[in-house]
Design a protein around this ligand. Structure first.
Ligand SMILES: [Zn+2]
Length: 255
């Protein structure tokens, strides 16, 4: 450790706020907190290790603490790795496979300027003039998911709302960023990319947002309500977390 100021030997016996502490090849960012008496370690979303220590903490104490938590750190980092998004990019090329409601469909270039994307007889027909421009092609496909998803959802909303005894909110399908769905009073929005998932996971997203009509946040009351309507919800949540990482979110690659 070389972060301590060599010109003031008194300081070198304690950790300083913001310094990097190296322990067995791991870099830890030190944060001094006047209110702490014990040490604490967190793994941040970006994988950074933050070590929170009380004032006048000797490095030896911090190093021993980090070493004692070595396995915990490994587990946390591995878990983080396993949950990294793996969203693919697509080329929108002729014959490429795209998913809708959990099933595979091949893109088929056709000459149909009036209908940029249509699903007919098991083929996702994309107008070739639209496909020629990746930006247009991507927008046309996202629009198609939006329209088809909205139509599909209209039939699914009512049974779930009835099961939870909540008023049926207005529904819209659009890009809602990194989430599958959102809720605000009287209105639910689902991400267009959700409709690549199998039925039961889309149902989970719908039911999840509908439960927010009654209960906001994800406390015990929330999960009780959702579990009563959808007993498998915990399983579907795990499945969504896993499968959702691999869903195409609209990124188009160079051809
Ligand atoms: Zn939620």
């Amino acid at each position: 450790m070389s972060d301590a100021n060599p010109s003031s030997p008194a300081d070198s016996s304690c950790l300083t706020d913001g310094q990097t502490l190296w322990v067995d090849g791991r870099a830890l960012e030190v944060r001094i907190s006047a209110r702490r008496s014990r040490l604490g370690l967190t793994v941040e979303r970006d994988g950074a290790l933050i070590l929170r220590v009380p004032p006048t903490c000797p490095p030896e104490r911090a190093e021993a603490f980090v070493r004692s938590g070595s396995r915990w750190i490994d587990d946390k980092l591995r878990l983080r790795e396993e949950r990294q998004p793996l969203h693919p990019t697509r080329k929108l090329s002729d014959g490429e496979i795209h998913r809708y409601l959990g099933r595979d469909y091949r893109l088929l270039y056709v000459d149909e300027p009036g209908a940029p994307v249509r699903l007919v007889a098991g083929r996702l027909r994309m107008d070739q003039a639209t496909a020629a421009d990746p930006v247009r092609g991507r927008r046309a496909l996202a629009d198609w998911y939006t329209r088809s998803g909205l139509r599909w959802t209209r039939g699914r909303l009512q049974p779930w709302a009835a099961r939870m005894d909540v008023d049926e909110p207005r529904i819209e399908v659009r890009d809602v960023g990194r989430r599958w769905g959102t809720h605000r009073p009287g209105r639910i929005a689902l991400h267009w990319a959700t409709f690549q998932l199998p039925f039961h996971l889309i149902d989970y997203v719908i039911a999840h947002e509908l439960a927010h009509v009654r209960v906001s946040g994800h406390g015990p009351d929330y999960w009780r309500l959702l579990r009563r309507a959808m007993p498998e919800c915990a399983r579907w949540k795990t499945e969504l977390d896993e499968m959702g990482r691999r869903v195409w979110m609209g990124d188009v690659a160079e051809r």
